[in-house]
Design a protein around this ligand. Structure first.
Ligand code: PLP
Length: 230
């Protein structure tokens, strides 16, 4: 099977799962954006995915994202979804369309300065950590989300698009997705444009669809299992 056929088959299987989850939840497929996370896979895969109709692509590391996206020839929306050091924010602000992992004021300010220098507008999601995982995931504490969101909304060249979370491994993610949806609804009362709720990965995106997610971040189910990182 060619790589193109393999990606097409995997994408179709994921679309079937999304469709079934939408039907079960009484939602419409067009309320949901599939962000295909292509980390560790080459730019040629991104181009194949774009040819297969994928509009949104995610990466979690700099400079892998920068190098890969420089090679991509199709127009796709570029989401940076990984933990980000403040000293790399300026670089990421030059090439990402949306940063889903904004979890602290200092990072927001660095992204703003970078976007200003690059004369670009950068979409931002506040990454929330609901603290259900002992392994120290990144993300803002729920109590800090309002202040961070207000800051993002007030900073130049940043646009507050919504919220994102990564569910803890090995437990039912649904309570976390429900908490994220509730937090997103509260945030929208002050920031009506913050409509994005990014939740759900390969193993749990049905649950995210049920909970009201607007953006799913799916890697392995479409690209294949990644080799373990060294
Ligand atoms: C890798 C990654 C994903 C995709 O995970 P899969 O398990 O490959 O579907 C989603 N979100 C983030 C933040 C990631 O780093």
């Amino acid at each position: 099977m060619s790589r193109r056929d393999e990606l097409a088959a995997n994408l179709e299987a994921v679309e079937e799962r999304i469709g079934a989850a939408c039907s079960a939840a009484g939602r419409s497929r067009d309320e949901i954006t599939l962000v295909v996370v292509t980390k560790t896979y080459p730019a040629s895969d991104v181009d194949l995915l774009a040819e297969l109709g994928v509009t949104d692509i995610g990466e979690n590391r700099h400079p892998e994202a920068e190098d890969k996206w420089a090679e991509v020839t199709h127009p796709v929306r570029r989401h940076f979804v990984g933990g980000l050091q403040t000293n790399k924010a300026g670089a990421v602000a030059r090439y990402a369309d949306i940063v889903q992992s904004v979890d602290r004021l200092k990072l927001a300010r660095s992204l703003s300065r970078g976007a200003e220098t690059a004369d670009r507008e950068l979409g931002c999601l506040v990454q929330v950590d609901f603290g259900t995982d002992a392994s120290g995931r990144s993300g803002a504490a729920p109590a800090d989300v309002d202040a961070l969101a207000d800051e993002i909304a007030s900073l130049s060249n940043l646009r507050l698009d919504g919220v994102m979370t990564v569910a803890p491994l090995g437990v039912d993610p649904r309570p976390v997705f429900d908490q994220l949806a509730a937090l997103a609804a509260a945030l929208r009362s002050g920031h009506p444009g913050a409509v994005v709720v990014s939740a759900g990965m390969s193993d749990d995106f049905e649950s995210a669809v049920e909970a009201g997610a607007t953006h799913l971040r799916v890697g392995r189910s479409i690209l294949g299992e990644r080799p373990p990182l060294g």
